[in-house]
Write a protein that binds this ligand. Structure first.
Ligand SMILES: [Mg+2]
Length: 383
């Protein structure tokens, strides 16, 4: 089983934890309003005013004049993210981080040790609440696609478990836009053909979908049938570190796009430094309004984890893309890859050992759970 975990309004929640005097107020984390900054995260109170992430801070203040705007403190968020990942590692080494506050966990091999996936998810939620004073939403399901929808459907503080036999009952009534890869345009085309829900898609002839949408049609049909074979790619195997943002509505303003790319560059750089990994290739990913997605990369003369080097390269790549014409953009992403040979070799040669070590640690914890050290580990492992 797969668990998808996603922190609720992560940057804003961390700031609110650090500043309890702001509890209950509409808070955003982001760049300055005068400097054309964008919202990196909005508290649930701020969202009530229509404030969403990736919106210019100036527009957010127009919507909510009493908005509390805090600067981005990436180092703090990375340290909290690390703490959260350490909690994940108690239960499985098979962790695929999607961003600082979001990850897939494959707990198939851990269920023998820790009980059913739903119990593990519940335990992780309570560990994070007790130890980090933060709330995470969890989705538990047989695959990534369903787990991700499950974690999202009951936010904040979501906890949704979809057992293998109930996947179709869960998916069927959902709108087609819940399917990965179905953007505005595909949604419209599917609607024109009479489809509104996932049920409608799965009852369509797959040949029609493939004829109409090519590969995407096949992909949509499989997901609608709850089939998603993608494995959880654990951090140890990762060959890049990346961060990306999908805008709530398409963005064409160059300054907003640059502000968001700058935040993402910083996030990637801080994570590289945190892991003590340097990369040589900087890439950007741009998804346009019509879902066309491009990546552009540049290989530097030497490996780096320096924020300025990464950001300058990202900016250069992005400005080159803009030269081909400015179109509304739906998603931007930054990644650094090409880690030094030493790190790659270690990763490949010792990966099995590392995994074994982590499983050993899990087994030790189980022994302790039922053994004499029970008191020592009491808070975490009893109930
Ligand atoms: Mg999140």
């Amino acid at each position: 089983m797969i668990i998808h975990l996603d922190m609720d309004a992560f940057f804003a929640s961390v700031e609110l934890r650090e500043r309890p005097e702001l509890a209950g107020l509409p808070v955003v984390v982001g760049g300055s309003a005068s400097g054309r900054g964008v919202v990196a995260a909005a508290s649930y109170e701020a969202r009530r005013y229509g404030v969403v992430s990736a919106m210019p801070v100036a527009s957010a203040i127009r919507l909510c004049p009493d908005l509390v705007c805090l600067p981005v403190n990436m180092t703090l968020y990375v340290s909290v993210s690390k703490q959260i990942h350490e909690i994940f590692y108690r239960y499985t080494p098979e962790i695929e981080p999607l961003s600082l506050d979001e990850a897939f966990l494959d707990v198939s091999a851990s269920e023998k040790l820790f009980g059913p996936a739903a119990e593990i998810a519940k335990q992780i939620k309570s560990d994070i609440k007790n130890e980090c004073q933060l709330i995470v939403s969890a989705g538990v399901a047989p695959n990534k696609f369903v787990a991700k929808i499950a974690s999202d459907i009951d936010k904040p503080d979501g906890f949704v478990v979809i057992e293998p036999g109930t996947v179709q009952d869960f998916l069927d009534p959902l709108p087609i836009k819940r399917i990965w890869g179905v953007g505005k345009k595909t949604e419209q085309l599917l609607q024109q053909a009479g489809m509104e829900t996932i049920y409608d898609v799965r009852n369509k002839n797959p040949d029609w979908l493939i004829q109409r949408f090519g590969k995407l049609g096949d992909h949509i049909y499989r997901l609608a049938n709850g089939q998603d074979k993608r494995a959880v790619i654990s951090d140890a195997k990762a060959k890049s570190i990346s961060a990306e943002t999908t805008f709530a509505s398409d963005v064409q303003d160059k300054d907003i796009l640059l502000a968001m790319l700058s935040q993402l560059s910083e996030q990637v750089a801080v994570r590289l430094r945190d892991k003590d990994v340097k990369g040589k290739t900087v890439s950007i990913k741009i998804r346009f309004h019509d879902f066309k997605t491009i990546t552009r990369s540049k290989t530097l003369s030497e490996i780096t984890f320096n924020t300025t080097f990464i950001w300058n390269t990202v900016k250069e790549l992005f400005l080159q893309v803009l030269k081909t014409g400015v179109r509304p953009i739906r998603l931007v992403g930054v990644s650094v890859s090409g880690f030094s040979a030493k790190e790659n070799v270690q990763g490949d040669l010792f990966e099995q050992d590392v995994k074994q070590d982590k499983l050993d640690v899990l087994s030790d914890e189980i022994n302790q759970r039922f053994g004499k050290s029970r008191i020592h580990r009491g808070r975490k492992l009893t109930k």
